[in-house]
Write a protein that binds this ligand. Structure first.
Ligand SMILES: C[S@@+](CC[C@H](N)C(=O)[O-])C[C@H]1O[C@@H](n2cnc3c(N)ncnc32)[C@H](O)[C@@H]1O
Length: 254
């Protein structure tokens, strides 16, 4: 049982929807993206690794044309249904960020909720290069990342979700490898009366290579971006990035 069928739905749909105020938070993040990337109503935006599509739908509600994809077909099915229920149109599809083939189509691209760094360094760099190609001249890419100098204090948590309880262990930072290791989890399924453990496949799917600002800057420059800016939070007002910032938000201009 891999990421795509079971855990994607637990974490990105059931767990996400159980977070208090998440819709309000999504609106704040989307407002921030629109402002810092100067997105206009007729602009086209690419939401890479869109998950259950909540932010894509928020962008669409603002009159922006959105193309969004995720590797999980379960999440894309949820995203399509949410868009229908919200009365907006988003071009959702199943896709892999390692195999993007867009050319000069978008005014902006986003990778939200730290959806960057899942692969080895070469492949992570390729994702940035392919995103560069996907953007129009002057287009902007926004990466909303955890701050590697101020990681959240991950806790072991029990959360009551629809159909059961989720036990989530804290992420561990593997400093020599520069990788934030996926968090082991257990789901106590009270409907089918069973306990589901996260397997190796799903666990390794959650490993994230953490980059510093200098490293990201170098990778984006190598990809061809002209200007790279950093912000310390993913909501307005714009905050300067520092070692103690809540997030590391990167905005790169083609
Ligand atoms: C942390 S979640 C973020 C989802 C969404 N951007 C959000 O902010 O809620 C990371 C997402 O990346 C997706 N993902 C993982 N590997 C991917 C790949 N190779 N190509 C596209 N999406 C991928 C996962 O399915 C998951 O939905």
């Amino acid at each position: 049982m891999g990421w795509n069928d079971f855990w994607a739905e637990i974490f990105r749909v059931k767990h996400r929807r159980a977070i208090q105020g998440i819709q309000y938070y999504d609106r704040l993040v989307v407002d921030f993206c629109i402002r810092v990337m100067s997105i206009k109503k007729d602009h086209e935006i690419l939401d890479i690794a869109c998950g259950s599509g909540d932010q894509s739908i928020e962008f669409a509600k603002q009159g922006i044309k959105v193309t969004a994809f995720d590797i999980s077909d379960t999440l894309i099915a949820v995203a399509k249904e949410s868009a229908r229920n919200s009365g907006v149109s988003v071009d959702f599809s199943v896709g892999d960020m390692r195999a993007m083939s867009f050319t000069q189509q978008f005014n902006a691209a986003v990778l939200l909720s730290h959806s960057f760094g899942f692969f080895n360094h070469e492949v992570n760099t390729k994702v940035l290069k392919d995103t560069f190609v996907a953007l129009k001249k002057g287009g902007k890419l926004l990466l909303d990342l955890m701050n590697p100098y101020n990681l959240p204090r991950f806790q072991k948590t029990w959360t009551e979700l629809e159909g059961g309880y989720l036990l989530s262990e804290p992420h561990l930072m593997d400093a020599p490898a520069g990788v934030l290791r996926g968090r082991p989890a257990v789901f106590v399924d009270t409907v089918d009366d069973r306990v589901v453990l996260m397997d190796e496949d799903a666990l390794s799917n959650n490993d994230i290579r953490m980059y510093t600002a200098l490293e990201i800057h170098a990778m984006l420059t190598e990809a061809g971006f002209k200007k790279v800016e950093f912000y310390g939070q993913n909501t307005l007002p714009r905050m300067q990035y520092s070692a103690s910032s809540e997030r590391m938000v990167v905005v790169a201009t083609k």
